[in-house]
Write a new protein. Structure first.
Length: 80
């Protein structure tokens, strides 16, 4: 939570990154839903997603508690 620095979410198709969404600056005290304004995704069968998080400091404990560090991305789907 408190040591997160930035986050990258990649959409991967046939082994290549076809789209990338980033949060270049993460500040714990300003946390909440960090929505990224962008065009809708075109997701094809077989596509994958990779989320990478970057942290400041060493020796952090990762887990699901509010004192722990974690890395997760939420994606919403609304059928047309």
């Amino acid at each position: 939570h408190a040591t997160g620095a930035r986050m990258v979410n990649e959409q991967i198709r046939d082994g290549e990154v076809v789209r990338e969404a980033t949060i270049d600056y993460w500040e714990f005290d300003q946390n909440g839903n960090a929505a990224i304004q962008q065009d809708p995704y075109d997701i094809q069968p077989g596509d994958g997603f990779k989320t990478t998080c970057f942290f400041n400091g060493k020796g952090r404990v990762f887990g699901i508690g509010s004192a722990d560090e974690m890395c997760m991305a939420f994606m919403y789907y609304y059928p047309r």
